[in-house]
Design a protein around this ligand. Sequence first.
Ligand SMILES: Nc1ncnc2c1ncn2[C@@H]1O[C@H](COP(=O)(O)OP(=O)(O)OP(=O)(O)O)[C@@H](O)[C@H]1O
Length: 225
Amino acid sequence: MGNTILEAKNINKEFHDPITVQVLTDINFSVNKGDFVAITGKSGCGKSTLLYILSTMDTDYTGELHIDGEAMGNKKEAELARVRNEKIGFVFQFHYLLNEFSVIENVMLPGLKLNKFNRQEVEHRAMERLKMLDIGHLALKNANQVSGGEKQRVAIARALINDPFIIMGDEPTGNLDKKNSELVFDIFKRLAEEFNQTLLIVTHDQSFAQRTHRIIQMEDGKIIA
Ligand SMILES: Nc1ncnc2c1ncn2[C@@H]1O[C@H](COP(=O)(O)OP(=O)(O)OP(=O)(O)O)[C@@H](O)[C@H]1O
């Protein structure tokens, strides 16, 4: 159990608008350290809804969620925000970089917010991660002066700044061409295999999913395989 990073137990979720629709039914699974897991399934099967719950952003569900052995169920929003910043790195389809800041400043933001390292240390850590992703030379550019594929790599560097227990991605290659999708996939694979980084990625891209270590297949709000 010491190896379990995330555990979902009997997670159920309904929307009420105006009729009640059950969108997630009895979701049970766990993710261990170093796992590279894809959640996949057709549009509307509940992938994003599930990721919202697993990332602690949505608290309106029944069942249990444990991250790093800690139950999330009765935590207040401020505590959940701390868990997110400290333990989860996020990579979305759209990178959400702040255009008025430089690339390195964008990467530094969650590090400064964490308040664990001083500014100089955070800057050093940001530069290390940019270099690891081969975009060290872009550090001082404005976020809107780099390409789409580069932006997604900046977003990955930002997700890595606080040494997250787990990286969660929602269609992280959804907005990229084939070449850049491959690059992002290779980065994730390298993070898992070289750095024992845990990754949980929602994707409808079957070729991406097929190459992860484990696939959680969803249909109509249930895990089917
Ligand atoms: N706020 C909401 N209110 C009501 N129903 C919703 C809401 N958000 C999502 N749904 C419904 O819940 C179901 C699951 O949606 P979800 O976005 O999780 O699917 P998904 O698998 O991520 O799809 P996609 O791949 O298209 O993003 C869908 O039927 C959707 O219409």
